[in-house]
Design a protein around this ligand. Structure first.
Ligand SMILES: Nc1ncnc2c1ncn2[C@@H]1O[C@H](COP(=O)(O)OP(=O)(O)OP(=O)(O)O)[C@@H](O)[C@H]1O
Length: 593
């Protein structure tokens, strides 16, 4: 508690007292510094008084007392300044805050007349001086609370400005009460403009009215703000401000949509960063594909990746994204075949609140919006229904999307990489895929070779996948037996690298030694004695067997008919005699009715 903080107040009070009481007044603080003074003490404000002086004693004792005969009093006799002292009498009173002495106020007589005045009014003067001491201490307390409030306000301002969201408090009518610096950046306006604004300048009046219905509490409400050249999409939350159970306003917390989407991306896909060095393959045909993909990553044109299932199309798409200058923005994959047709449109383009029954409150941002600034990977695009192909074509041409139930076209900046394991050109010929969309997405075609076409890569792939599985399953298998490689090289790998990866994982699970042997492989690979193309022979049925089956079928079908043999023979295109011969030959049982 420092009296110096209210020095000018203390001086005013001292002067007021001096003019009423007609004696000089001075105040000394707990550090023996003169804070105020009238008459000859006025010029001595700021000096340090001696600890042995009357004021020093008063400070230490913490009680009021009077010196009637200055110079003779026991206290005066110990004072270092005794020989210079011109005082006749003194009244001293401690100034206390919460029982702590923070200073002393004193009345000083420099003449006999003043001394008499003091002596005649001793009681009243002490009472009066105590009241003045209380006045000074309450002034100090008041100053301290004001300082604390100022400090709190400053701390709050620092906290509000260090939040990376726009925070804005308004009263019930929408008049601006408080805001942080981010709000100014968010709406790109200056303080003067903000001070003259109303919340309805930033959000739709209808939205503000709806807030009343929601009891001033909403979450993730979308906002589109267009003013002058500034165009912004964001979301906001609100909370009512209550003081003593009375609502006095609302606080808005604004975030940029792109920031929210980046957070979503960081949490969902952001950690799976794929580089080209994770795509394994040394053969010329595969290296060629990797080189083309690297080149494509430097452009923003649409890419169509074609290749059989499991060849690594998604791996390539990821590597292209993370090798491009969009790497810091989201990579959003969506499998067009895995999502039911009715849901695919809302997954891709999102919807507004109330767009259809069951639509989520606050609507939903589709994958295109989530991919803002980044890349969307449309996997299995060949399975996209025709009506969505039309919508996708429009989006790609106009670079704008329209949410389901939405009224506005939202500009987007998204690179599209599509992939398919179907023969898309054939689908175009059969009318199942729009030709114009095919040309629109096939700007940079990328063909990923099947594992069959690059069997030499099996060696490096096995080494890579073995390491991957070892760390996944916490095993330490060193190598793969040469007989296993023989089987791998003779197999036709319809599931490509995915199938090889799963085969290795199976073998690592089954292997209890340090080398994977034939016995650790899945049965489907080991039991294949014949070269890959001969497997189809098993499926070919001998003609005689087919003939027997068809005769049995015809006889069973006509068995309730009196002329069942004649009918069956006609149906089979045989004479009755030939049919009888074949029934005998194949030992078919005939039950006649
Ligand atoms: N060249 C490669 N190097 C290392 N791993 C690969 C390679 N190609 C594919 N893989 C692995 O094989 C699995 C399947 O790859 P991916 O999903 O990219 O294939 P896809 O062609 O997109 O399959 P689908 O057509 O079924 O969607 C993944 O685990 C992937 O990591």
């Amino acid at each position: 508690m420092d009296l110096m903080k209210i020095a000018s107040n203390v001086q005013n009070i001292s002067e007021a007292i001096a003019s009423v009481v007609k004696v000089d007044v001075t105040v000394v603080d707990h550090q023996y510094t003169r804070v105020s003074g009238t008459g000859c003490y006025y010029h001595r404000i700021g000096e340090t008084v001696s600890k042995g002086s009357v004021f020093g004693v008063a400070l230490r004792r913490g009680e009021s007392f009077i010196i009637e005969d200055a110079g003779q009093h026991a206290v005066c006799l110990q004072c270092e300044d005794l020989k210079y002292c011109k005082e006749y009498a003194e009244v001293c009173c401690p100034i206390k805050v919460n029982n702590e002495v923070i200073g002393v106020i004193g009345l000083i007589a420099f003449e006999e007349k003043q001394r008499n005045e003091i002596l005649c009014n001793q009681k009243n003067l002490i009472k009066f001086l105590n009241k003045m001491a209380d006045l000074i201490s309450s002034k100090l307390l008041e100053q301290n609370s004001t300082d604390q409030i100022k400090l709190l306000a400053k701390e709050l301002e620092i906290v509000l400005n260090s939040v990376d969201k726009g925070i804005l408090a308004v009263d019930d009518r929408g008049n601006i009460l408080r805001y942080n610096q981010n709000v100014l950046q968010f709406f790109q306006i200056n303080e003067k403009e903000m001070n003259h604004s109303n919340i309805k300048d930033f959000i739709d009046e209808g939205v503000f009215k709806a807030l009343v219905k929601e009891k001033y509490k909403v979450k993730n409400k979308e906002i589109t703000y267009i003013a002058r050249k500034h165009h912004l999409r964001g979301v906001f939350d609100t909370n009512p401000i209550y003081i003593d159970n009375e609502r006095v306003g609302i606080v808005f917390i604004f975030s940029k949509l792109s920031d929210v989407l980046n957070v979503v991306n960081d949490i969902t896909t952001g950690t799976i960063i794929t580089g080209f060095d994770e795509i394994i393959g040394e053969t010329t045909i595969f290296q060629q594909a990797k080189m083309e993909a690297k080149k494509a990553s430097q452009s923003t044109s649409t890419i169509l990746i074609q290749g059989e299932s499991g060849t690594g199309k998604e791996l390539f798409a990821r590597a292209i994204h993370f090798h491009s200058n969009r790497a810091k923005a989201p990579f959003i994959p969506i499998n067009c075949a895995a999502i039911p047709e009715q849901l695919l449109e809302s997954e891709l383009f999102g919807y507004e609140e109330g767009a259809f029954t069951g639509a989520r409150r606050g609507g939903k941002a589709g994958k295109f919006l989530l991919a803002s600034g980044g890349t969307i990977f449309l996997d299995e695009i060949g399975d996209m229904p025709l009506h969505l192909q039309t919508k996708l074509l429009r989006v790609l041409q106009e670079q704008k999307i329209e949410k389901i139930g939405g009224k506005e076209l939202i500009p987007i900046d998204v690179r599209v990489i599509a992939a398919t394991n179907k023969d898309l050109e054939n689908k175009v010929l059969e009318g199942e895929f729009r030709q114009d969309l095919f040309y629109r997405i096939n700007v940079i075609p990328l063909q990923i070779p099947s594992l069959r076409e690059r069997k030499e890569d099996i060696f490096t792939l096995v080494e890579y996948l073995l390491n991957k599985c070892n760390s996944k399953l916490q095993k330490d298998i060193k190598e793969v037996d040469s007989q296993v490689f023989d089987i791998f090289m003779n197999y036709h790998w319809p599931g490509n690298v995915r199938e090889l990866e799963n085969t290795i994982e199976y073998a690592v699970n089954m292997c209890n030694e340090s080398i994977i042997k034939v016995g650790n492989l899945p049965k489907r690979l080991v039991n294949r004695k014949l070269p890959c193309h001969s497997s189809s022979i098993k499926k070919i049925t001998p003609i005689k067997e087919l003939e027997k089956r068809e005769i049995e079928k015809a006889i069973e079908y006509y068995q309730s008919n009196k002329q069942h043999i004649s009918k069956a023979a006609t149906a089979l295109g045989l004479s009755r005699a030939t049919l009888y011969r074949k029934i005998k030959e194949y030992d078919i049982k005939v039950v006649s009715k």
